[in-house]
Design a protein around this ligand. Sequence first.
Ligand SMILES: [Fe+2]
Length: 82
Amino acid sequence: MICEDLVAERIGIDFYGEMIRYFGNDDPTSRRLIEEILAQEEGHAEDLEALIVTLDAGPPGTHARDANRTDGSEAYPREGVT
Ligand SMILES: [Fe+2]
């Protein structure tokens, strides 16, 4: 779920970037508004990336890809971790 959220954030970042290029210097007010939103979205993506890294380093069964598993097992057990 977190990985999918990160993908959605990155899609939004790409979209806002396109909007900024579209507005260019023709509509600086709209461009600045979208730049502010883009900065927020980049922050969200950074937060999600940090969360994924944190969960990757966590104990077995806490990886983001295992969030929906109810038996505590890992979908892809990590080497050397028991
Ligand atoms: Fe966001």
